[in-house]
Design a protein around this ligand. Structure first.
Ligand code: GDP
Ligand code: ZN
Length: 312
């Protein structure tokens, strides 16, 4: 039989068969997955084969199907091992509000870069459009133009007024979705509007993190009534940190990547090199200065600020 891991407590895994039945599974012995030194061999989102245990109502996971992607969290300082938060994510929704709270471009860009590195398509949801003023409307339209041109789908929504909720649901159907964004942007409200019976834990547990408690993060997946799953990642507002090689970073800015072959040097960092197609495009106004600034900041590698940003 096979199914999808929807919850894990460390030693037991809840696996949902496609007929909707949930099996309590454990793993026997050790799974070694090449290339990853992780503290958890099986993660939420994994598609697994399992066998029922004779004369018991429990089952044993026998195989893990190859992951198409996964998001990780580095253990803070003890070891270099990573914790796989969730795998096989089809789509990420980044909630952005212009004010109350403000979402700055640096945060959006870091999220998008990480999502690119993880191969997770991202849709930007501008929430709270019911509260826009002339000034914040302007800012929203500017951001929509910047991100829309790069190729990111942008949707105006209001979680409280029910604006464009159907568009979001259409994108979620049959897929594994992840919702992210600063605290207060409306994640819980939106998810509640989409699926009223779900009660996500995002907020409460992230507050525990603020108090410095050593909580282990276990994600959970909730089946959706209209098909698909939503991933709840308590205590995490964004993705884990990805360690970039400096010369890889530009690959995760799609509009830079598209120009890379036109730079004089194949390993161009788009900083001080002559005949750089990215800097030329920046000068012509075809690359947004905020995107280029985000790139420079990430290149400098001071990620401490970002760490606080996403872990709260
Ligand atoms: P979370 O921290 O991202 O889960 O944010 P919440 O869902 O808790 O929302 C934070 C606040 O924003 C709550 O007071 C919500 O009622 C409010 N809120 C969420 N979505 C909207 C919206 O579309 N319009 C307005 N006006 N308020 C919203
Ligand atoms: Zn260049």
């Amino acid at each position: 039989m096979n199914g999808i891991v929807i919850k894990s407590t460390g030693s037991w895994y809840q696996v949902r068969h496609e007929d909707g039945t949930i099996y309590q599974c454990r793993i026997r012995g050790k799974f070694r997955i090449k290339g990853i030194k992780s503290t958890n061999p099986v993660s939420v989102g994994d598609v697994v084969d399992f066998e029922l245990e004779p004369k018991k109502d429990t089952a044993v996971i026998t195989d893990i199907h190859e992951r198409k992607n996964y998001i990780v969290r580095k253990s803070v300082n003890l070891s270099k091992r990573t914790h796989i938060i969730a795998s096989n994510i089809d789509i990420a929704f980044l909630l952005v509000t212009i004010d109350n709270p403000p979402t700055f471009e640096g945060f959006i860009d870091r999220f998008l870069v990480t999502a690119e590195a993880y191969h997770i398509p991202t849709v930007i949801l501008f929430n709270k459009v019911d509260t826009l003023t002339e000034e914040t409307l302007d800012q929203k339209e500017y951001l929509e133009a910047v991100y829309g041109l790069i190729g990111y789908k942008c949707i105006d929504v209001s979680a409280t007024e029910g604006i464009n909720i159907d568009k979001v649901k259409d994108l979620m159907k049959g897929k594994v979705s992840l919702f992210s964004g600063h605290s207060g942007v409306g994640k819980s409200t939106l998810v509640n509007t989409i699926e009223p019976d779900l009660n996500l834990k995002t907020t409460e547990i992230s507050n525990q993190h603020k108090q410095g408690q050593h909580t282990t993060t276990f994600a959970e997946m909730h089946p959706l009534s209209f098909g698909g799953y939503i991933i709840d990642t308590p205590g995490i507002k964004g993705f884990g940190i990805v360690d970039f090689e400096k010369n890889e970073l530009g690959n995760y800015f799609p509009e830079f990547f598209a120009l890379k072959s036109e730079c004089k040097f194949h390993n161009c960092l788009h900083v001080n090199e002559p005949k750089c197609a990215v800097k030329d495009a920046l000068d012509r106004g075809e690359i947004a200065p905020t995107r280029y600034n985000s790139y420079l900041q990430m290149l400098e590698g001071d990620e401490e600020h970002y760490r606080q940003d996403i872990y709260g």
